[in-house]
Design a protein around this ligand. Structure first.
Ligand code: HSE
Length: 434
Protein backbone atom coordinates (compact mmCIF):
# COMPACT_ATOMS: atom_id res chain seq x y z
CA UNK A 1 0.00 0.00 0.00
CA UNK A 2 1.38 3.42 -0.91
CA UNK A 3 2.22 5.90 1.78
CA UNK A 4 1.71 9.66 1.80
CA UNK A 5 3.72 11.71 4.25
CA UNK A 6 2.12 14.84 5.59
CA UNK A 7 3.44 17.66 7.78
CA UNK A 8 1.41 19.54 10.38
CA UNK A 9 2.02 23.15 11.27
CA UNK A 10 0.65 23.44 14.81
CA UNK A 11 -0.44 20.90 17.42
CA UNK A 12 -3.03 22.83 19.41
CA UNK A 13 -6.64 21.79 19.85
CA UNK A 14 -7.46 21.10 16.19
CA UNK A 15 -3.98 19.70 15.45
CA UNK A 16 -4.36 17.19 18.28
CA UNK A 17 -7.84 16.23 17.03
CA UNK A 18 -6.43 15.72 13.55
CA UNK A 19 -3.64 13.43 14.78
CA UNK A 20 -6.08 11.48 16.94
CA UNK A 21 -8.55 10.93 14.09
CA UNK A 22 -5.78 9.89 11.69
CA UNK A 23 -4.62 7.35 14.26
CA UNK A 24 -8.02 6.08 15.50
CA UNK A 25 -9.44 5.73 11.97
CA UNK A 26 -6.21 4.44 10.45
CA UNK A 27 -7.69 1.24 9.04
CA UNK A 28 -10.86 2.73 7.58
CA UNK A 29 -8.85 5.61 6.07
CA UNK A 30 -6.46 3.13 4.45
CA UNK A 31 -9.41 1.26 2.94
CA UNK A 32 -10.97 4.48 1.65
CA UNK A 33 -7.69 5.64 0.16
CA UNK A 34 -5.89 2.43 -0.72
CA UNK A 35 -2.96 4.19 0.86
CA UNK A 36 -1.59 5.19 4.24
CA UNK A 37 -1.31 8.70 5.62
CA UNK A 38 1.69 9.22 7.89
CA UNK A 39 2.24 12.32 9.99
CA UNK A 40 5.96 12.71 9.39
CA UNK A 41 6.72 16.04 11.08
CA UNK A 42 4.77 18.45 13.29
CA UNK A 43 5.80 22.06 13.88
CA UNK A 44 5.38 23.01 17.56
CA UNK A 45 6.64 25.83 19.72
CA UNK A 46 7.65 23.65 22.65
CA UNK A 47 8.52 19.97 21.95
CA UNK A 48 8.81 19.18 25.66
CA UNK A 49 5.20 20.17 26.41
CA UNK A 50 2.95 17.32 27.61
CA UNK A 51 0.35 16.43 24.95
CA UNK A 52 -2.67 14.14 24.87
CA UNK A 53 -1.74 12.65 21.48
CA UNK A 54 1.02 10.18 20.82
CA UNK A 55 3.66 11.08 18.29
CA UNK A 56 7.23 9.82 18.14
CA UNK A 57 9.50 12.55 19.52
CA UNK A 58 11.48 12.96 16.27
CA UNK A 59 8.24 13.98 14.56
CA UNK A 60 8.12 17.20 16.59
CA UNK A 61 10.18 20.11 15.35
CA UNK A 62 10.48 23.82 16.01
CA UNK A 63 11.89 24.49 12.54
CA UNK A 64 9.31 25.03 9.75
CA UNK A 65 11.99 24.19 7.15
CA UNK A 66 11.91 20.57 8.36
CA UNK A 67 8.44 20.39 6.84
CA UNK A 68 8.48 22.99 4.06
CA UNK A 69 11.80 21.79 2.60
CA UNK A 70 11.21 18.04 2.97
CA UNK A 71 10.52 16.66 -0.53
CA UNK A 72 8.96 13.53 0.97
CA UNK A 73 6.13 15.58 2.53
CA UNK A 74 3.37 15.99 -0.06
CA UNK A 75 0.71 17.70 2.03
CA UNK A 76 1.08 20.53 4.54
CA UNK A 77 -1.70 20.98 7.09
CA UNK A 78 -1.68 24.51 8.50
CA UNK A 79 -3.30 24.73 11.93
CA UNK A 80 -1.47 27.57 13.61
CA UNK A 81 -4.16 30.19 12.84
CA UNK A 82 -3.78 33.95 12.39
CA UNK A 83 -2.33 35.60 9.31
CA UNK A 84 1.45 35.54 9.80
CA UNK A 85 3.44 33.34 9.72
CA UNK A 86 0.60 31.07 8.46
CA UNK A 87 0.40 32.96 5.14
CA UNK A 88 4.15 32.74 4.56
CA UNK A 89 4.24 29.01 5.37
CA UNK A 90 1.24 28.20 3.15
CA UNK A 91 2.73 30.11 0.20
CA UNK A 92 6.11 28.45 0.74
CA UNK A 93 4.45 25.01 0.90
CA UNK A 94 2.74 25.68 -2.45
CA UNK A 95 5.93 27.02 -4.01
CA UNK A 96 7.63 23.79 -2.92
CA UNK A 97 4.94 21.77 -4.72
CA UNK A 98 2.98 20.67 -1.64
CA UNK A 99 -0.80 20.55 -1.38
CA UNK A 100 -2.31 22.50 1.50
CA UNK A 101 -5.07 21.86 4.00
CA UNK A 102 -5.97 24.62 6.45
CA UNK A 103 -8.73 25.50 8.90
CA UNK A 104 -7.70 29.15 8.94
CA UNK A 105 -10.72 31.30 8.08
CA UNK A 106 -8.96 34.66 8.47
CA UNK A 107 -6.19 33.53 6.12
CA UNK A 108 -8.57 32.22 3.44
CA UNK A 109 -11.01 35.13 3.74
CA UNK A 110 -8.32 37.79 3.57
CA UNK A 111 -5.56 36.21 1.47
CA UNK A 112 -7.43 33.50 -0.45
CA UNK A 113 -6.89 35.17 -3.84
CA UNK A 114 -3.10 35.09 -3.50
CA UNK A 115 -3.08 31.53 -2.13
CA UNK A 116 -5.47 30.11 -4.75
CA UNK A 117 -3.56 31.82 -7.57
CA UNK A 118 -0.33 30.21 -6.42
CA UNK A 119 -2.05 26.81 -6.07
CA UNK A 120 -3.59 27.12 -9.56
CA UNK A 121 -0.25 28.10 -11.07
CA UNK A 122 1.32 24.95 -9.66
CA UNK A 123 -1.75 22.72 -10.13
CA UNK A 124 -2.02 22.01 -6.44
CA UNK A 125 -5.02 21.70 -4.11
CA UNK A 126 -5.96 23.92 -1.19
CA UNK A 127 -8.78 22.68 1.03
CA UNK A 128 -10.29 24.51 4.00
CA UNK A 129 -13.45 22.71 5.17
CA UNK A 130 -12.60 23.32 8.84
CA UNK A 131 -12.56 27.10 8.30
CA UNK A 132 -16.36 27.44 8.24
CA UNK A 133 -18.76 25.91 10.74
CA UNK A 134 -16.14 23.55 12.22
CA UNK A 135 -17.08 19.94 11.63
CA UNK A 136 -20.15 20.56 9.45
CA UNK A 137 -19.25 19.60 5.87
CA UNK A 138 -21.03 22.67 4.53
CA UNK A 139 -18.31 23.84 2.16
CA UNK A 140 -18.21 20.43 0.53
CA UNK A 141 -22.02 20.45 0.31
CA UNK A 142 -22.03 23.85 -1.38
CA UNK A 143 -18.99 23.16 -3.57
CA UNK A 144 -19.87 19.64 -4.72
CA UNK A 145 -23.35 18.62 -3.56
CA UNK A 146 -24.89 21.80 -4.95
CA UNK A 147 -22.51 22.27 -7.89
CA UNK A 148 -25.52 21.42 -10.07
CA UNK A 149 -27.72 24.07 -8.50
CA UNK A 150 -28.00 27.86 -8.51
CA UNK A 151 -27.64 29.22 -4.98
CA UNK A 152 -29.59 32.40 -4.23
CA UNK A 153 -28.84 32.86 -0.52
CA UNK A 154 -26.74 31.47 2.32
CA UNK A 155 -27.63 32.39 5.88
CA UNK A 156 -25.76 31.05 8.84
CA UNK A 157 -25.37 30.93 12.56
CA UNK A 158 -21.62 30.54 12.10
CA UNK A 159 -20.18 31.91 15.32
CA UNK A 160 -20.71 29.45 18.14
CA UNK A 161 -19.57 31.88 20.82
CA UNK A 162 -22.16 34.49 19.82
CA UNK A 163 -24.87 31.85 19.65
CA UNK A 164 -23.89 30.52 23.10
CA UNK A 165 -23.99 34.05 24.58
CA UNK A 166 -27.40 34.93 23.07
CA UNK A 167 -28.80 31.50 23.94
CA UNK A 168 -27.63 31.87 27.57
CA UNK A 169 -29.23 35.33 27.75
CA UNK A 170 -32.46 33.84 26.36
CA UNK A 171 -32.63 30.78 28.61
CA UNK A 172 -31.50 32.33 31.88
CA UNK A 173 -32.28 36.07 31.66
CA UNK A 174 -28.54 36.69 32.03
CA UNK A 175 -27.02 40.03 31.11
CA UNK A 176 -24.65 40.19 28.16
CA UNK A 177 -21.63 40.36 30.49
CA UNK A 178 -22.81 37.41 32.59
CA UNK A 179 -23.41 35.36 29.44
CA UNK A 180 -19.92 36.13 28.06
CA UNK A 181 -18.43 34.99 31.38
CA UNK A 182 -20.47 31.77 31.16
CA UNK A 183 -19.19 31.23 27.60
CA UNK A 184 -15.62 31.71 28.81
CA UNK A 185 -16.14 29.27 31.69
CA UNK A 186 -17.62 26.71 29.29
CA UNK A 187 -14.49 27.03 27.12
CA UNK A 188 -16.26 28.56 24.12
CA UNK A 189 -15.27 32.23 24.39
CA UNK A 190 -11.67 33.40 24.35
CA UNK A 191 -10.31 35.53 27.24
CA UNK A 192 -10.66 38.40 24.74
CA UNK A 193 -13.88 37.53 22.91
CA UNK A 194 -13.79 40.56 20.57
CA UNK A 195 -13.23 38.67 17.31
CA UNK A 196 -16.31 36.55 17.97
CA UNK A 197 -18.76 39.00 19.56
CA UNK A 198 -17.93 41.80 17.11
CA UNK A 199 -19.15 39.64 14.22
CA UNK A 200 -15.73 39.71 12.55
CA UNK A 201 -15.21 35.94 12.79
CA UNK A 202 -18.64 35.45 11.17
CA UNK A 203 -17.73 37.97 8.43
CA UNK A 204 -14.63 35.90 7.59
CA UNK A 205 -16.77 32.76 7.35
CA UNK A 206 -19.41 34.56 5.28
CA UNK A 207 -16.77 35.77 2.81
CA UNK A 208 -15.70 32.12 2.32
CA UNK A 209 -19.28 30.88 1.98
CA UNK A 210 -19.93 33.63 -0.57
CA UNK A 211 -16.90 32.59 -2.58
CA UNK A 212 -18.01 28.97 -2.82
CA UNK A 213 -21.73 29.69 -3.20
CA UNK A 214 -21.61 32.44 -5.81
CA UNK A 215 -18.07 32.41 -7.22
CA UNK A 216 -17.68 36.00 -6.04
CA UNK A 217 -14.89 37.28 -3.83
CA UNK A 218 -15.83 39.90 -1.25
CA UNK A 219 -13.53 41.41 1.34
CA UNK A 220 -14.56 40.76 4.96
CA UNK A 221 -14.08 44.50 5.58
CA UNK A 222 -16.80 45.27 3.00
CA UNK A 223 -19.39 43.17 4.83
CA UNK A 224 -21.66 45.36 6.97
CA UNK A 225 -20.99 43.82 10.37
CA UNK A 226 -22.79 44.42 13.66
CA UNK A 227 -21.76 42.47 16.75
CA UNK A 228 -23.89 41.18 19.60
CA UNK A 229 -22.35 43.40 22.27
CA UNK A 230 -25.23 45.89 22.18
CA UNK A 231 -27.90 43.26 22.73
CA UNK A 232 -29.40 43.72 26.18
CA UNK A 233 -31.46 41.44 28.41
CA UNK A 234 -34.27 43.95 27.75
CA UNK A 235 -34.12 43.29 23.98
CA UNK A 236 -34.12 39.51 24.53
CA UNK A 237 -37.24 39.80 26.74
CA UNK A 238 -38.95 42.23 24.34
CA UNK A 239 -38.29 39.87 21.44
CA UNK A 240 -39.54 36.89 23.47
CA UNK A 241 -42.84 38.67 24.28
CA UNK A 242 -43.38 39.22 20.56
CA UNK A 243 -42.62 35.60 19.55
CA UNK A 244 -38.98 35.94 18.55
CA UNK A 245 -35.50 34.91 19.68
CA UNK A 246 -32.40 36.96 18.90
CA UNK A 247 -29.70 35.20 16.85
CA UNK A 248 -26.51 36.46 15.25
CA UNK A 249 -26.92 35.81 11.52
CA UNK A 250 -24.50 36.07 8.62
CA UNK A 251 -26.21 36.34 5.27
CA UNK A 252 -25.27 36.70 1.61
CA UNK A 253 -28.21 36.96 -0.79
CA UNK A 254 -28.47 37.72 -4.49
CA UNK A 255 -30.96 40.54 -5.06
CA UNK A 256 -33.37 40.53 -8.03
CA UNK A 257 -30.91 42.89 -9.77
CA UNK A 258 -28.16 40.25 -9.45
CA UNK A 259 -26.25 42.27 -6.85
CA UNK A 260 -25.07 40.57 -3.71
CA UNK A 261 -26.14 41.75 -0.27
CA UNK A 262 -23.91 40.57 2.57
CA UNK A 263 -24.11 41.37 6.25
CA UNK A 264 -23.63 40.05 9.77
CA UNK A 265 -26.13 41.21 12.35
CA UNK A 266 -28.11 40.20 15.41
CA UNK A 267 -31.67 39.66 14.19
CA UNK A 268 -35.08 38.70 15.57
CA UNK A 269 -35.95 35.18 14.39
CA UNK A 270 -39.54 33.83 14.72
CA UNK A 271 -39.67 31.08 17.36
CA UNK A 272 -41.04 28.65 14.71
CA UNK A 273 -38.07 29.31 12.39
CA UNK A 274 -35.54 26.47 12.03
CA UNK A 275 -32.77 28.80 13.32
CA UNK A 276 -34.61 29.27 16.64
CA UNK A 277 -33.78 25.64 17.51
CA UNK A 278 -30.03 26.15 17.12
CA UNK A 279 -28.81 26.26 20.72
CA UNK A 280 -25.55 26.60 22.62
CA UNK A 281 -22.41 26.78 20.50
CA UNK A 282 -23.98 24.88 17.60
CA UNK A 283 -23.79 26.25 14.05
CA UNK A 284 -26.26 26.01 11.19
CA UNK A 285 -26.18 27.15 7.58
CA UNK A 286 -29.38 27.47 5.56
CA UNK A 287 -28.89 27.43 1.80
CA UNK A 288 -31.55 28.58 -0.64
CA UNK A 289 -31.10 27.32 -4.16
CA UNK A 290 -33.19 27.19 -7.31
CA UNK A 291 -33.38 23.40 -7.66
CA UNK A 292 -33.21 22.01 -4.12
CA UNK A 293 -35.03 24.85 -2.37
CA UNK A 294 -34.11 25.21 1.31
CA UNK A 295 -31.44 22.90 2.75
CA UNK A 296 -29.92 23.15 6.20
CA UNK A 297 -26.51 22.03 7.47
CA UNK A 298 -26.26 21.75 11.24
CA UNK A 299 -23.76 20.58 13.85
CA UNK A 300 -20.86 21.53 16.12
CA UNK A 301 -19.12 24.60 14.74
CA UNK A 302 -15.84 24.25 16.62
CA UNK A 303 -13.79 21.96 18.83
CA UNK A 304 -10.96 19.49 18.67
CA UNK A 305 -12.79 16.47 17.22
CA UNK A 306 -15.42 18.25 15.06
CA UNK A 307 -12.91 20.55 13.34
CA UNK A 308 -10.34 17.71 13.28
CA UNK A 309 -12.94 15.65 11.38
CA UNK A 310 -13.23 18.39 8.73
CA UNK A 311 -9.44 18.66 8.45
CA UNK A 312 -9.00 14.90 8.01
CA UNK A 313 -11.74 14.81 5.36
CA UNK A 314 -9.72 17.44 3.47
CA UNK A 315 -6.55 15.36 3.93
CA UNK A 316 -8.36 12.36 2.41
CA UNK A 317 -9.50 14.44 -0.56
CA UNK A 318 -6.02 15.81 -1.21
CA UNK A 319 -4.43 12.37 -0.78
CA UNK A 320 -6.87 10.98 -3.36
CA UNK A 321 -5.52 13.57 -5.79
CA UNK A 322 -1.94 12.61 -4.93
CA UNK A 323 -2.57 8.86 -5.24
CA UNK A 324 -4.65 9.23 -8.38
CA UNK A 325 -2.04 11.45 -10.02
CA UNK A 326 -4.77 14.02 -10.63
CA UNK A 327 -3.06 17.05 -12.03
CA UNK A 328 -5.74 19.44 -10.98
CA UNK A 329 -8.75 18.80 -8.76
CA UNK A 330 -11.84 20.95 -8.31
CA UNK A 331 -10.94 24.64 -8.14
CA UNK A 332 -10.80 25.50 -4.42
CA UNK A 333 -13.18 28.39 -5.00
CA UNK A 334 -15.62 25.98 -6.75
CA UNK A 335 -15.80 28.32 -9.78
CA UNK A 336 -13.33 29.25 -12.50
CA UNK A 337 -12.82 32.96 -13.12
CA UNK A 338 -13.80 34.24 -9.69
CA UNK A 339 -14.36 37.99 -9.74
CA UNK A 340 -13.93 40.43 -6.88
CA UNK A 341 -17.08 42.32 -5.93
CA UNK A 342 -18.30 44.82 -3.40
CA UNK A 343 -21.58 43.98 -1.68
CA UNK A 344 -24.52 46.21 -2.58
CA UNK A 345 -25.33 48.97 -0.07
CA UNK A 346 -27.75 47.74 2.59
CA UNK A 347 -30.20 50.54 1.72
CA UNK A 348 -31.84 48.32 -0.90
CA UNK A 349 -32.79 45.58 1.61
CA UNK A 350 -36.40 45.42 2.80
CA UNK A 351 -37.46 43.87 6.08
CA UNK A 352 -39.45 44.47 9.26
CA UNK A 353 -37.43 45.95 12.11
CA UNK A 354 -37.34 45.97 15.88
CA UNK A 355 -36.57 49.46 17.20
CA UNK A 356 -35.98 50.56 20.78
CA UNK A 357 -35.81 54.33 21.26
CA UNK A 358 -34.00 55.99 24.15
CA UNK A 359 -36.07 59.08 24.66
CA UNK A 360 -37.48 60.69 27.81
CA UNK A 361 -41.09 60.56 28.90
CA UNK A 362 -42.06 64.08 27.84
CA UNK A 363 -45.38 65.19 26.31
CA UNK A 364 -45.53 64.61 22.57
CA UNK A 365 -42.46 62.36 22.29
CA UNK A 366 -44.42 59.37 20.96
CA UNK A 367 -46.04 61.59 18.31
CA UNK A 368 -42.67 63.06 17.37
CA UNK A 369 -41.06 59.65 16.91
CA UNK A 370 -44.08 58.23 15.06
CA UNK A 371 -44.45 61.19 12.73
CA UNK A 372 -40.73 61.16 11.87
CA UNK A 373 -41.00 57.46 11.00
CA UNK A 374 -44.12 58.23 8.94
CA UNK A 375 -42.47 61.14 7.14
CA UNK A 376 -39.82 58.71 5.88
CA UNK A 377 -42.39 56.12 4.81
CA UNK A 378 -41.79 53.79 7.77
CA UNK A 379 -45.09 52.27 8.83
CA UNK A 380 -45.59 51.04 12.41
CA UNK A 381 -46.82 47.50 13.03
CA UNK A 382 -46.91 47.68 16.84
CA UNK A 383 -45.72 49.94 19.66
CA UNK A 384 -45.15 49.44 23.41
CA UNK A 385 -43.60 51.51 26.13
CA UNK A 386 -43.43 51.51 29.88
CA UNK A 387 -44.48 54.75 31.48
CA UNK A 388 -41.94 55.81 34.11
CA UNK A 389 -42.03 59.14 35.94
CA UNK A 390 -41.76 62.52 34.25
CA UNK A 391 -38.69 62.99 32.04
CA UNK A 392 -37.36 59.52 32.89
CA UNK A 393 -36.08 57.48 29.98
CA UNK A 394 -38.58 55.32 28.15
CA UNK A 395 -37.88 51.95 26.60
CA UNK A 396 -40.09 52.67 23.60
CA UNK A 397 -40.28 49.58 21.39
CA UNK A 398 -41.66 49.86 17.89
CA UNK A 399 -41.95 47.02 15.38
CA UNK A 400 -42.13 48.35 11.84
CA UNK A 401 -43.79 46.92 8.79
CA UNK A 402 -41.51 45.91 5.91
CA UNK A 403 -39.58 48.89 4.68
CA UNK A 404 -36.29 49.57 2.91
CA UNK A 405 -33.18 50.07 5.03
CA UNK A 406 -32.61 53.37 3.25
CA UNK A 407 -35.92 54.78 4.55
CA UNK A 408 -35.43 53.30 8.01
CA UNK A 409 -31.87 54.61 8.35
CA UNK A 410 -32.96 58.12 7.26
CA UNK A 411 -35.72 58.15 9.90
CA UNK A 412 -33.39 56.86 12.65
CA UNK A 413 -30.73 59.43 11.77
CA UNK A 414 -33.32 62.17 12.31
CA UNK A 415 -34.68 60.68 15.56
CA UNK A 416 -31.19 60.06 16.96
CA UNK A 417 -30.45 63.75 16.37
CA UNK A 418 -33.45 64.96 18.47
CA UNK A 419 -32.22 67.20 21.28
CA UNK A 420 -33.92 64.87 23.81
CA UNK A 421 -32.60 61.56 22.45
CA UNK A 422 -30.29 60.06 25.08
CA UNK A 423 -28.63 57.27 23.05
CA UNK A 424 -28.73 55.86 19.53
CA UNK A 425 -31.79 53.76 18.74
CA UNK A 426 -31.30 50.01 19.03
CA UNK A 427 -32.46 48.38 15.83
CA UNK A 428 -32.40 44.84 14.51
CA UNK A 429 -33.93 43.28 11.41
CA UNK A 430 -36.76 40.78 11.81
CA UNK A 431 -36.41 37.59 9.79
CA UNK A 432 -39.44 36.49 7.76
CA UNK A 433 -41.10 33.22 8.82
CA UNK A 434 -39.83 30.27 6.74
N1 HSE B 1 -14.49 31.07 17.68
C1 HSE B 1 -15.31 30.37 16.72
C2 HSE B 1 -16.73 30.36 17.19
C3 HSE B 1 -14.90 28.94 16.53
O1 HSE B 1 -17.04 30.78 18.30
O2 HSE B 1 -17.57 29.94 16.41
C4 HSE B 1 -13.89 28.73 15.49
O3 HSE B 1 -14.33 29.14 14.23
Amino acid sequence: MRNISIGLLGLGNVGSGTVRILSENRESLARRLEGRVTVKRVLVRDPSKARDVELPMPALTTDPDDILDDPDIRVVVELIGGIEPAREYVLRALTSGKHVVTANKALIAEHGAEIFAEAARRRLSVHFEGAVAGGIPVLRAVREGLASDRITAVTGIVNGTSNFVLDTMTSSNASYTQAVTAAQRAGFAEADPTLDVSGRDAAHKLAILTLLSFGVRIRPDDIATTGIDLVRAFDIAAADQRGYVIKSLAQARLGPDGRLHAYVTPALVPKQHIFAGVHGAYNAVLVESAGLGHSMYYGPGAGMMPTGTAVVSDIIEVCRDVLGFVRRSTPPEAFHGVQPATPAPLGGLEHQSYLCFHVPNVPGILGRVASTLGAHGVSIDSMDQDTPGDRELLEMVIVTERVSRARLDAALREIDAFDVTAAPTHHMPIVDPM
